[in-house]
Design a protein around this ligand. Structure first.
Ligand SMILES: *[C@@H]1O[C@H](CO)[C@@H](O)[C@H](O)[C@H]1NC(C)=O
Length: 534
């Protein structure tokens, strides 16, 4: 009897808790069907052959219609919550639902094959500004990327991104399910683009951890669509690419704990808090912007990397032991344009050397520019590697900057500095540029296109079309990165005009391609697993 009785009590308790959970949960609306635009991308193997996978993209929950769970009335309009519907984080999570998205017509987001286009301003019944999308593995799971000892490659068209805009492709340590399993009150999950976090510990999110962010919500005074609440959402962030046609930066931002964590008020730190450095993440990062590092002729329209036409961006995550379980020791960048592999420009800043992100580069750069070293304080390159080791989610976005007009990317920043202040000059944009109101009206037709995403072992995802060796040399490359061909070198002569191209792989454990380099390059060992023509 006793056992039966207690079983009943237990069962009732379960039912009651299920009922409460459903009432308090962050809900999903059903007025607009959620159909994720498909996007193909490729995984490559060390031989250079790539296999394409069809995934899809999902727009972040913050861009979505938030309405009463059982009705059409907005819970949130412009930059304010409707407090006649609900007044606190728990009640708004149950009273309000996020709905499906019309990707092309409302948000200006379209895909075609391996290509994703994000338009800046889209005017339908309302005006939409920019977007933030995540790559999905299936309907309700973000694609997780393991990038240690791998390279990540994509093509980008920034030719229609002027001063003040930022087409960003990056990775964050979001939960693969958007947080549904850790926070059962989140009923929307990855399918509706929930669970965002980054190293600014953003407080402009409408929902975090299955709760609304209405407590303490203050509408922005210069953004009609945004505000900040008491809660923020922190996690590690690897900015592969933050760029427009004028400047670009690659920037790791570690956190004390890589995974998503909710923070409170100004203790969140980052852009949205009164003390930028109060939180557990590194809001500044260790950035490599070629212009800021002294080469003003490298990146831009008509420059070495000519931003008036598309190009390929390669980013390598090199570890100390050449394995995926090693410690991240270097983040290396190449570009490929018109078949030519172009290595990142080298620093010309006094006291800072190299063309890649290493611990030495970061500490020297912080010193040379007089910047606070929040990067090493929150784990440095090793901390970034810890986040990469846990797997990260791919984000692709287009945004303008209501906090600093993007001057930190493309102009002189801080604005009190001059172009001769060490580290202040970041690009050729005027210090008066980038005001969101101005770019939204004058550059409404701006857009970015990301395409041809590939991931694989170092050296597997890109190639050059011709050797840049001696005159008359038309040496074929040592490898192919197309999805249909696996080309290995057929070079059997010792001629110095054949061999692998500049920057191509030329050795390493398991390597069966060319082991000599086209003149005048030398096969240089990076680690046991990777040698490169330099
Ligand atoms: C900028 O980079 C290009 C390409 O690497 C190089 O040819 C040029 O010398 C560099 N300029 C400076 C000032 O370092």
């Amino acid at each position: 009897m006793a056992a039966t009785l207690s079983y009943r009590v237990y069962k009732n308790a379960l039912l009651l808790s299920a009922f409460l959970t459903s009432v308090q949960a962050q809900q999903v609306g059903t007025y607009q069907t959620e159909t994720h635009p498909s996007l193909t991308w490729s995984k490559c193997t060390s031989g250079g052959s790539c296999t394409s996978t069809t995934g899809s993209v999902v727009i972040d929950a913050n861009w979505r219609w938030v309405h009463e769970t059982n009705g059409y009335t907005n819970c949130y309009t412009g930059n304010e919550w409707d407090t006649s519907i609900c007044t606190d984080d728990v009640s708004c999570a149950s009273a309000c639902a996020v709905d499906g998205a019309s990707y092309a017509s409302t948000y200006g987001v379209t895909t075609s094959g391996d290509e994703l286009r994000l338009n800046f301003v889209t005017t339908a019944s309302q005006k939409n500004i920019g977007s933030r999308l995540y790559l999905l593995e299936d309907e309700s799971t973000y694609q997780i990327f393991d990038l240690l000892n791998q390279e990540f490659t994509f093509d980008v068209d920034v030719s229609n991104l002027p001063c003040g805009l930022n087409g960003a492709l990056y990775f964050v340590s979001m939960d693969a399910d958007g947080g549904m399993s850790r926070f059962p009150t989140n009923r929307a999950g990855a399918k509706y683009g929930t669970g965002y976090c980054d190293s600014q510990c953003p407080r402009d999110l409408k929902f975090i951890d299955g709760q609304a962010n209405v407590d303490g919500w203050e509408p922005s005074d210069n953004d009609v669509n945004a505000g900040t609440g008491n809660h923020g959402s922190c996690c590690a962030e690897m900015d592969i690419w933050e760029a427009n046609s004028i400047s670009n930066a690659v920037t790791p931002h570690p956190c004390d704990t890589p995974t998503q964590t909710m923070c409170e008020g100004d203790a969140c730190g980052g852009t949205y808090s009164s003390d930028r450095y109060a939180g557990t993440c590194d809001p500044d990062g260790c950035d490599f912007n070629p212009y800021r590092m002294g080469n003003t002729s490298f990146y831009g329209p008509g420059k070495t990397v000519d931003t008036s036409s598309p190009f390929t961006v390669v980013t390598q995550f090199i570890t100390d032991d050449g394995t995926s379980s090693g410690t991240l020791s270097e983040i290396k960048r190449f570009y490929v344009q018109d078949g030519e592999v172009i290595s990142q420009s080298a620093s010309t800043v006094s006291g800072v050397s190299g063309n890649s992100i290493t611990t030495d580069f970061c500490s020297a750069q912080k010193k040379a520019f007089g910047d606070k070293d929040s990067f090493s304080a929150h784990g440095g390159l090793e901390g970034m590697g810890a986040a990469l080791a846990e797997g990260m989610v791919l984000v692709m976005s287009l945004w303008d900057d209501h906090a600093a007009n993007m001057l930190w990317l493309d102009s002189i920043y801080p604005t009190t500095a001059t172009s001769s202040t060490p580290g202040a000059a970041r690009g050729t944009c005027d210090i008066s540029s980038g005001d969101p109101a101005t770019v939204e009206s004058e550059n409404a037709n701006a857009y970015v296109i990301y395409s041809n995403i590939k991931v694989g072992p170092l050296g597997s995802t890109y190639k050059s079309d011709s050797s840049s060796g001696g005159s008359g040399s038309t040496t074929t490359t040592s490898k192919s990165s197309t999805t249909t061909t696996t080309t290995k070198t057929t070079t059997t002569t010792g001629s110095s005009t054949t061999g692998a191209a500049h920057y191509a792989q030329c050795g390493g454990s398991g390597w069966t391609g060319a082991t000599t380099c086209a003149s005048p390059y030398t096969c240089t060992k990076q680690n046991d697993y990777y040698s490169q023509c330099l």
